[in-house]
Design a protein around this ligand. Structure first.
Ligand SMILES: NC(=O)c1ccc[n+]([C@@H]2O[C@H](COP(=O)([O-])OP(=O)(O)OC[C@H]3O[C@@H](n4cnc5c(N)ncnc54)[C@H](OP(=O)(O)O)[C@@H]3O)[C@@H](O)[C@H]2O)c1
Length: 265
């Protein structure tokens, strides 16, 4: 059995996955990247990775096929590769909104199809990747797919019906957190720091806060209670934020994004 991996439609996300894979002692010779304008992948070629515009050749040389095109290009790719896909292949789709049923219906029977929803933190090995698959999917295929995404972060199994919710919370979530960080930096500048120092303090504070929750598996409020002295400055600031709809606006934003993704599909 071939162990090789192909990433078809190697744009932003595909390249993030590729970078994450090769930074974690993965042999570049096992990787093939494809996109129509494959000249833009030259920097990968220089690292010993095969680059091509020929999706079929990429599939024939690989066993795990990650499809990372935009949803509107998805059917073109399936049409292109379906004659060379065999039951030895595992198809892993990272495209938003294309269901396992839709993919499987266009391929020969008994192909393992897995959906994965990473975020752009793949680039730095810190993605959370939601993974969905059917009950009849081969366990080894699932394990191999997870292994890929565990090289670039953590994986979480979810039901496929929650894939859109996972897209909002995990993939769009990167943008929500970035906006939160930017606002904190702006606040920091107003109270006296230059932008660089404010960013350094805020970035590490956010990283530290997440690490506290990840390592201790506590509810955020538990950590908040520890830093909110009665009548102190933290609780005054927090309550002021809540009076202006801090939690409410985040929740409403997440729900609005979710309603939008639901309507689009
Ligand atoms: N970016 C994220 O944070 C994120 C997170 C989770 C999931 N996703 C999903 O991942 C998918 C890719 O997103 P992206 O942001 O990486 O998009 P992207 O940068 O546009 O990458 C897609 C690539 O597909 C290539 N392509 C188009 N048609 C092709 C074909 N027939 N054969 C081979 N390659 C083809 C395009 O390059 P050429 O024009 O050179 O062919 C393009 O570079 C989307 O479905 C998105 O919903 C994205």
């Amino acid at each position: 059995m071939k162990k090789n991996i192909a990433i078809l439609g190697c744009g932003n996300l595909g390249q993030s996955i590729a970078k994450g894979l090769i930074s974690d002692d993965f042999n570049p010779a096992y990787l093939t990247l494809s996109k129509r304008h494959y000249q833009t992948l030259d920097h990968f070629k220089q690292q010993g990775i095969s680059v091509t515009s020929d999706n079929r050749a990429a599939v024939e040389n690989s066993r795990i096929i990650i499809i990372a095109v935009k949803p509107f290009n998805f059917n073109d790719v399936l049409e292109d590769i379906k004659s060379v896909v065999t039951s030895d292949h595992t198809i892993v789709s990272v495209a938003t909104g294309v269901t396992i049923k839709e993919i499987a219906s266009q391929l020969p029977n008994n192909i393992n199809v897995i959906r994965a929803m990473p975020n752009t933190a793949t680039d730095v090995g810190e993605s959370v990747t939601a993974i969905a698959y059917n009950k009849n999917t081969d366990n080894d295929a699932v394990a191999e797919a997870k292994e890929i995404f565990q090289k670039i972060g953590i994986t979480i199994d979810i039901d496929e019906e929650l894939m859109e919710a996972a897209t909002i919370l995990g993939a769009c979530g990167i943008a929500y957190v970035m906006r939160f960080i930017r606002a904190m930096v702006q606040g920091g500048i107003q109270i006296g720091f230059n932008a660089k120092t404010a960013s350094d303090i805020v970035n590490q504070t956010v990283k530290g806060a997440a690490a506290l929750l990840i390592e201790r598996e506590q509810h955020p409020e538990f950590e908040i209670d520890k830093v909110t002295t009665p009548r102190g400055c933290t609780i005054v600031g927090l309550n002021e934020m809540e009076h202006h709809g801090f939690s409410s606006s985040l929740i409403r934003g997440i729900v609005a994004s979710y309603q939008k993704i639901e309507k689009t599909e």
